[in-house]
Design a protein around this ligand. Structure first.
Ligand code: PEP
Ligand code: MN
Length: 340
């Protein structure tokens, strides 16, 4: 981090200021120019409060050289993060050159529904089963999910098929019910729920962190940093579309997020084309584009009868539509040598 001091700052004030900064765990290099003094802060600057620094009377300008998301950043961890999930006596890997397919309904609705969809997506080659038990709905009058009963049904589907499961946690008070959930999803609406992130940072659980509806990549990476700072290193980033002026689609899939996040960070990137476009017919095109853009996997909503779905039917593929898509995605991944 580079801090330019106001012109005419006396040397003794500069030294005193440098000492205060050094108390925050960095080394300060002072370059005294003819008219201006520049301080170079060396070491771990992630805990230095940039805004507070800007507010200091002596400070003219602050320039951050390192990303503020230290632990999520590539320079901190040059190798891709590999997430290993035990499944059916084997291990499924996410990230590090693999390609994963997560599929299943928006929400768990009944034993017949979730088990049937689980079997069908498994047959088609999905790696993980998704299903919401606690649903974040815009309207309080919409179906809110089956709650703990939904999680129980998801676990039954996991036992029947051997597919590890992904489900959304909205309230930290429900965490105990998620013991056997393999990947905990933090939904777009909770990306910046900092108490939730802090608590999950303390747990050794893989987390699928969705990008907020109007969040920048930096904000997503800072949310991931909360989890990493707590010691949880099993984080998957998820691009699920952002709000733009375009209303043809539910959201706008920001595909540039994929190479962007992979350049900035070592964490795996999953694309959710279903919530991005909100349209079943468009989902396969976006899923293929995500694979081509270098995503580490996709998450796709699949329902055995989208017309009767209690949530997100319009964007849900039928198993018959999902199977050929999964096959093409596998072929794309294999072309690049990206297998499980
Ligand atoms: C979901 O995955 O069902 C969901 C609600 O997603 P998002 O948080 O991205 O809207
Ligand atoms: Mn949904």
């Amino acid at each position: 981090m580079v801090v330019a001091l106001k012109k005419g700052t006396p040397p003794e004030e500069t030294r005193a200021f440098a000492e205060v900064l050094e108390q925050q765990g960095v080394t300060v290099h002072i370059s005294q120019g003819a008219s201006q003094t520049i301080l170079g802060l060396i070491g771990d600057t992630s805990r230095i409060d940039e805004e507070r620094l800007r507010a200091q009377r002596l400070v003219e300008k602050v320039l951050r050289v390192q990303a503020p998301y230290k632990r999520a950043s590539r320079p901190f961890h040059p190798e891709d993060t590999r997430i290993a999930i035990p499944a059916d006596g084997k291990v499924k890997t996410i990230g590090a050159g693999t390609f994963s397919i997560i599929a299943g309904p928006c929400s768990v609705e009944s034993p017949e529904q979730i088990i049937r969809v689980a079997q069908r997506v498994k047959e088609a080659g999905a790696d993980f089963l998704r299903g919401g038990a606690f649903k974040p709905r815009t309207s309080p009058y919409s179906f809110q999910g089956l709650g703990e009963e939904g999680l129980e049904l998801l676990l039954t589907a996991k036992k029947e098929t051997g597919l590890p499961i992904v489900s959304e946690l909205m309230d930290i008070n429900h965490i105990d019910a998620f013991d056997e959930v393999d990947i905990i999803q933090i939904g777009a609406r909770n990306m910046q729920n900092f108490p939730l992130l802090k608590e999950l940072g303390q747990r050794k659980k893989p987390i699928l962190l969705k990008r907020g509806l109007a969040s920048t990549l930096q904000e997503l990476l800072m949310a991931a940093e909360y989890l990493l700072a707590g010691g949880n290193e099993q984080i998957l980033l998820c691009e699920r579309g952002i709000r733009t002026f375009e209303d043809f689609t539910r959201n706008t899939l920001d595909l540039s997020a994929v190479p962007g996040l992979k350049r900035e960070s070592h964490l795996p990137v999953i694309v959710d084309p279903s919530h991005a476009c909100g349209l079943a017919w468009m989902t396969p095109a976006l899923a293929k584009a995500a694979a081509a853009a270098g995503a580490d996997g996709v998450m796709i909503e699949v329902h055995n009868n989208p017309e009767t779905a209690r949530c997100d039917g319009e964007q849900s593929l039928t198993p018959e539509e999902f199977a050929p898509l999964a096959e093409v995605l596998r072929k794309y991944a294999a072309l690049e040598g990206r297998t499980r």
